[in-house]
Design a protein around this ligand. Structure first.
Ligand SMILES: [Zn+2]
Length: 429
């Protein structure tokens, strides 16, 4: 099968490319890139007026399999990804059972190959059952092909245990993805601790809980000379510590979510559980610091932390509702609307954070457009205006803080291994 993507503005940050360029795809791989390419008999995708980027990667999602298929499945989650312009996701191990041994990884890989509409990478647990006590079967899971290790959703409390986990992961050339919230400080908290939580009379989760966790794990990364990746960073001090760690030459990377770069704790005033998430939406000074971190390269990757729940659970009263919400179908629109069209962050920086940066952190062969590489492409209409309507989501999760917002900018097509899996919002597989 031959596909010619014609006339698009190719933004390919890994090789500093930003120019009008055609891309010829044959048998799932990029065959040629250049101007005025012709291929008799090829299917032509007219990308004139659109941005053509390497396939977007979201390295932090929860597909909820195995075990929680009422919340999401590989089928529905990867369709949601395709709809949002995401070609590849890394799914977290806080499932039932926990992804803590090779046989579960192998089962997930089989399912992903057969039911996935986009590519799925698997993150293995650091500890058995995420209990933070015994190491999971990290070696066997590395052999089975996990891309990273994480106890995401929980902070690894025991310092010595975390030190061993970091050393062990690096033996297999895998990174630890670190959920940073010191437990004693956040216990019982439901939102960011600050003026708004005081006014609402809700127990907060203070920024210093994240700061302490990030500080410890940067120190451990330095002491063990191993890499660590800070998940969903959300505080001023945490961003600053990662900045200084990078300046020192440590192997520290970080990711941020659209919600932490766009929304603040002011959204919680109506006690609406759609805005409840861990780490919490914080005050505007923290939000601005996270955006600044993305602009200056302190923050490498943009992720959604896509966390679908059943509607009945999320519809509970605020204190009882679970944390987290979906993001795959709103990520690109939210970021283009609030970070690009406002002039805050340039397009190359944003696209790098969805492509070359996460590929490098995970050590996967993706995130760049070049002859011979897998033909994963995200095609974007920068000026498309649309209203977020969660009832139309492909995801089983319908709870999103962005519902009913008007966005400017949307993925126009998602191409995986040379096959158009989404066009104009419609998933074709
Ligand atoms: Zn997390």
């Amino acid at each position: 099968m031959t596909l010619l993507v014609k006339g698009g503005r190719v933004i390919n940050p890994a090789v500093q490319q930003d120019e009008i360029c055609d891309i010829l795809i044959e048998n799932g791989k990029i065959k040629e890139m250049g101007t005025n390419l012709n291929a008799p008999g090829a299917e032509v995708f007219n990308a004139a007026g659109l941005v053509v980027a390497p396939g977007f990667i979201d390295m932090h999602v929860h597909l909820r399999q195995p075990g929680q298929s009422a919340k999401e499945t590989i089928g529905t989650g990867t369709r949601a990804a395709a709809a949002g312009g995401i070609c590849r996701v890394a799914t977290m191990p806080n499932t039932k059972p926990v992804i803590d041994k090779a046989i579960i990884v192998e089962g997930m890989k089989y399912k992903a190959e057969h039911e996935g509409v986009v590519k799925v990478d698997i993150v293995g647990a650091i500890s058995k059952e995420l209990k933070g006590q015994e190491l999971a079967a990290m070696g066997a899971m590395a052999n089975a092909g996990v891309v990273a290790f994480s106890d995401d959703g929980r902070y690894v409390e025991d310092c010595d245990f975390m030190r061993k986990a970091m050393e062990y992961a690096s033996m297999f050339h895998k990174v630890i993805i670190d959920h940073c919230e010191e437990q004693s400080l956040v216990a019982g908290g439901t939102m960011h601790e600050g003026t708004v939580s005081n006014e609402l009379g809700l127990k907060g989760r203070p920024a210093v809980a994240e700061d302490i966790a990030v500080a410890r794990d940067i120190l451990l990364a330095e002491a063990t000379n191993t890499p660590v990746h800070i998940a969903h960073i959300s505080t001023k001090n945490a961003v600053d510590m990662v900045r200084r760690a990078k300046a020192k030459g440590l192997h520290v990377t970080a990711e941020a979510t659209p919600q932490h770069m766009i929304l603040t704790d002011e959204a919680l005033r109506e006690y609406d559980a759609r805005f409840k998430v861990n780490p919490p939406l914080r005050s505007d000074d923290h939000r601005q610091a996270v955006v600044d971190g993305l602009i200056d390269g302190t923050i490498d990757a943009i992720v959604t932390d896509h966390a679908p729940h059943e509607w009945e659970e999320k519809d509970e009263e605020f204190n009882l509702a679970p944390s987290g919400f979906v993001g795959l179908e709103t990520s690109v629109g939210a970021v283009l609307t609030y970070l690009y069209h406002t002039g805050m962050v340039d397009l190359t920086t944003l696209i790098r954070a969805y492509t070359a940066a996460p590929a490098k952190i995970l050590g996967i062969d993706a995130g760049v457009l070049a002859p011979g590489r897998e033909a994963d492409l995200t095609i974007i209409d920068l000026d498309k205006e649309w209203a977020v309507d969660s009832t139309t989501f492909y995801s089983k999760g319908k709870s999103t803080p962005f519902d009913d917002m008007i966005f400017k900018g949307k993925a126009a097509a998602t191409i995986v291994d040379g096959i158009v899996v989404m066009k104009d919002g419609e998933v074709l597989r």
